[in-house]
Design a protein around this ligand. Structure first.
Ligand code: ATP
Ligand code: SKM
Ligand code: MG
Length: 198
């Protein structure tokens, strides 16, 4: 599959494209949800929309550890990874508003849940696991999928993680739509949330 080009801040709006509301985000927006749902790719577009910095917890963990996520899992196990992830997310929640893409399992750590809930607007990106299974197939960098059938892993995650994602302030089901449409949904949901909170 060819990756979609990342949006550029310098690009003019496409004539006839939907006009998205522009408003200010009072705090960091943290995207949570299963692997492959779009936290990174929609997160980048969301940051571009608001002119805010984008940070990806998975990338920051790799930078901090000086190794890939697969190697962290191999050397320290999932528990070691979650502890590192907890510290990195705590650091990323300090400072001004930004868009934060979390890792799919970040909310399994109680301190990460607490911290995200206290310091960010949490937004659960959700879509059918059949769509996710197609997206994550043949991507060897996710250690939890190594030698496993993606749909089986995703079914397990629905059972164990959906109750955790339910703590999110906002839920957006993006279906199998394009990134552009998914971004519109996310911006509209944030707008409604922030207006409702005023
Ligand atoms: N709404 C969408 N429409 C089309 N493709 C999408 C959409 N969302 C994500 N994808 C594609 O699915 C793949 C995974 O997306 P992405 O890396 O953003 O997921 P993620 O939630 O960050 O996953 P992880 O938890 O593993 O980091 C990418 O190839 C991305 O382009
Ligand atoms: O769903 C998960 O537990 C994971 C998702 C990825 O974002 C990475 O954080 C890592 O591969 C673990
Ligand atoms: Mg990601």
């Amino acid at each position: 599959m060819t990756a979609e080009p990342e949006p550029s801040a310098a690009e003019p709006p496409i004539p006839g494209s939907p006009v998205r509301p522009v408003f200010t985000l009072p705090k960091t927006v943290a995207l949570v949800g299963l692997m492959g749902v779009g936290k990174t790719t929609i997160g980048r577009r969301l940051a571009d929309h608001f002119g805010l910095p984008f940070v990806d917890a998975d990338e920051e963990i790799e930078k901090a550890a000086g190794m890939t996520i697969a190697d962290i899992f191999a050397n320290y196990g999932e528990k070691g990874f979650r502890d590192g992830e907890q510290r990195v997310i705590a650091r990323l929640l300090e400072g001004g508003p930004r868009i934060l893409a979390t890792g799919g399992g970040a909310l399994t750590h109680p301190l990460t849940r607490e911290n995200l809930k206290a310091k960010a607007i949490t937004l659960w990106l959700k879509t059918d696991i059949k769509v996710l299974a197609k997206r994550v197939a043949n991507r060897p960098h996710r250690p939890l999928l190594k030698d496993r059938n993606p749909i089986e892993v995703l079914k397990e995650h629905v059972k164990t993680r959906y109750p955790l994602y339910e703590i999110a302030d906002i839920t957006v089901d993006t279906g199998d739509q394009s990134h552009v449409k998914a971004l519109d949904q996310v911006v509209a949901a944030l707008h409604a949330h922030i207006m409702g909170a005023k």
